[in-house]
Structures are given as structure tokens and as C-alpha cells.
Design a protein around this ligand. Structure first.
Ligand SMILES: NC(=O)c1ccc[n+]([C@@H]2O[C@H](COP(=O)([O-])OP(=O)(O)OC[C@H]3O[C@@H](n4cnc5c(N)ncnc54)[C@H](OP(=O)(O)O)[C@@H]3O)[C@@H](O)[C@H]2O)c1
Length: 257
């Protein structure tokens, strides 16, 4: 059987690294992308040593030139990408009206424009070959609001809205677009939030972690492997227009076709 290739962004740690490992186990050739070259190369070696196939790619999804370079590198090798997982993201916080133009623009650039630009770059070829699997890692913040992260919520709502429209437009084309929307996940991003809140509130790390876990309907943090498993399911079956929420209790399909 032909090996399918997939680009996973934000694969240097956390959810993206778990997705890269899981897709490699599922038989995909994984291009593991992020800004930190040493980390994506190490992940590719680790995947290789456990029998999978992967290669590190340096990519800043918030930078048009970096996106263009990465795309050119893949296209130069006559490679047709079969899958794309837009996972890279950032989540700086700020109270309403204090985010400032630069922070809002950066959040939109990384969390929304990056995924959109990568989809636009690879979609024509996916449509030509009548095969493509796109999964966008949004967030529960793409479904509801949270205090102090209005710009993050806006960027994730944008990604969910774009994914819904893309799925509608691509129905029947062989290319599927789906979204996963996890609540708080046990990852370095959440660890940063813990440290930020510890600094602000003087509460202990354990208290803050328990507080964040309690915000999830399931009362515990979602694991990176749960998110990766949901992505693999969506990719394997080419589920177009599916929106999957992971809340620490279950994996709920909110929308499907
Ligand atoms: N953690 C949560 O609770 C949670 C919940 C719901 C949704 N999510 C979403 O899940 C995704 C992954 O989150 P995570 O928790 O795994 O975060 P993380 O631990 O902070 O990892 C983020 C990943 O994105 C990469 N990245 C950041 N900025 C980038 C850029 N400009 N270009 C390319 N790569 C970039 C980072 O690598 P480099 O620094 O090496 O570039 C890293 O690999 C994000 O989209 C996040 O919004 C997270």
C-alpha cells in the first residue's frame, strides 16, 4: 500500500508531538514541523527508531516567508502531501482591552492565518488527487469564551468557522476537513498557564493544576494521547465536517455529516 505523507505543525512538544507519534504508528510518513529544529529532528529520530517514518521540518506558521520556504522544500522533492494537521498554536492571556494590537495580530497570525495559509497551499494538489485529510486543532475556546483570553478565543473561533465553511465547500471532493476542540490538556502550554497563575495568585502549583482540571467538565486534564487518538480517527476515516470536543470525560462528536 502507498505510504501517505502528513505535515503536523507544532510537533516539537505537547499535543503535536503526540499526534506525530500516533500518525507514524498508523503508517503515515510524518513531516514534524515547528520552529525548534533540534526538537523536531529528535522527534523524527525517535519515531524512526521505533519503526515509523518521519522527518523534521523547520516552520514558523506565523511567518509567511517561513511557510513559503517549507512548502517549496516539500514541493521540490516532488512530494504530494496527503494530510495536514494544523496544531501549532500560542495562548498568551490579557484582560479585555489590554491585549493590544500586536498581541491580537500575533494570535490571529499563528492560530488562524497559519492554518489557513497551509490549507490554501496544499489544497489544490489534494483536490487534484481527490484525497486529502485536514485536521485543525482548535480548542474549547473555539466553542465558548473564557476570561482573560478573548483574543485566543477569537482566533480559535475563527479556525472553527473557517473549518466549517471549508468542509461544506469540499464535501464530495475527497478532501476532508475536521476540528478537534480539547479543553485544558496536560501539556507544556498548560504548564505555562500554571506557572503564570502561581506567580499571580501565590497559590501552590498543585492547587492551580487542580483548579484548571476542575474547569474541565470531566474534572481532569485531557491527555495529549487522547487528542492524538481523536486526530488519528478523523484522519483514518476522512471525516469531513466533524467537530470533536474532548472535555476530560469523553470524546464528543458535536457535529458530523
Ligand atoms: N494545552 C491546552 O490546554 C490546549 C487546549 C485546547 C487546545 N490547545 C491547542 O492545541 C495546540 C497545541 O497545544 P499544546 O498544548 O501542545 O501547546 P505547547 O505545548 O505550547 O506546544 C505548542 C507547539 O506549537 C509550536 N509553535 C508555537 N508557535 C509556533 C509557530 N509560530 N510556528 C510553528 N510552531 C509553533 C511549538 O513549537 P516551537 O516553539 O518549537 O515552534 C510547539 O511545538 C495549540 O493550537 C493549542 O491552542 C491546547
Amino acid at each position: 500500500m502507498q505510504t501517505r505523507s502528513v505535515l503536523v505543525t507544532g510537533a516539537s512538544r505537547g499535543i503535536g508531538a503526540a499526534i506525530a507519534r500516533a500518525l507514524a504508528r498508523d503508517g503515515w510518513f510524518v513531516f514534524a514541523a515547528a520552529r525548534t529544529e533540534s526538537a523536531v529532528d529528535a522527534l523524527a529520530r525517535e519515531i524512526g527508531s521505533s519503526g515509523g517514518r518521519a522527518e523534521g521540518v523547520v516552520l514558523d506558521v506565523g511567518d509567511v516567508t517561513s511557510i513559503t520556504h517549507a512548502i517549496d522544500r516539500l514541493k521540490d522533492r516532488d512530494l504530494t502531501l496527503d494530510g495536514l494537521v494544523n496544531n501549532a498554536g500560542i495562548s498568551p492571556s490579557a484582560p479585555l482591552v489590554h491585549a493590544g494590537e500586536d498581541l491580537v495580530a500575533k494570535l490571529m497570525r499563528v492560530n488562524f492565518d497559519g492554518p489557513r495559509r497551509l490549507i490554501e497551499a496544499f489544497l489544490p494538489e489534494m483536490k487534484r488527487q481527490k484525497f486529502g485529510r485536514i485536521v485543525n486543532v482548535a480548542s474549547s475556546a473555539g466553542l465558548r469564551g473564557y476570561k482573560y483570553v478573548s483574543a485566543y478565543c477569537a482566533s480559535k473561533h475563527a479556525l472553527v468557522g473557517y473549518s466549517r465553511a471549508a468542509a461544506d465547500e469540499l464535501e464530495g471532493s475527497g478532501v476532508s476537513v475536521a476540528c478537534v476542540c480539547p479543553h485544558y490538556v496536560d501539556s507544556p502550554m498548560t504548564e505555562e498557564t500554571v506557572q503564570r497563575l502561581v506567580g499571580k495568585t501565590q497559590r501552590s502549583e498543585a492547587d492551580v493544576r487542580a483548579f484548571l482540571a476542575a474547569q474541565n467538565p470531566g474534572g481532569r486534564l485531557v491527555t495529549v494521547d487522547e487528542v492524538a487518538a481523536a486526530v488519528v480517527d478523523l484522519m483514518r476515516d476522512g471525516r469531513n465536517g466533524w467537530l470533536v470536543e474532548l472535555d476530560g470525560a469523553s470524546s464528543k462528536v458535536l457535529e458530523k455529516r
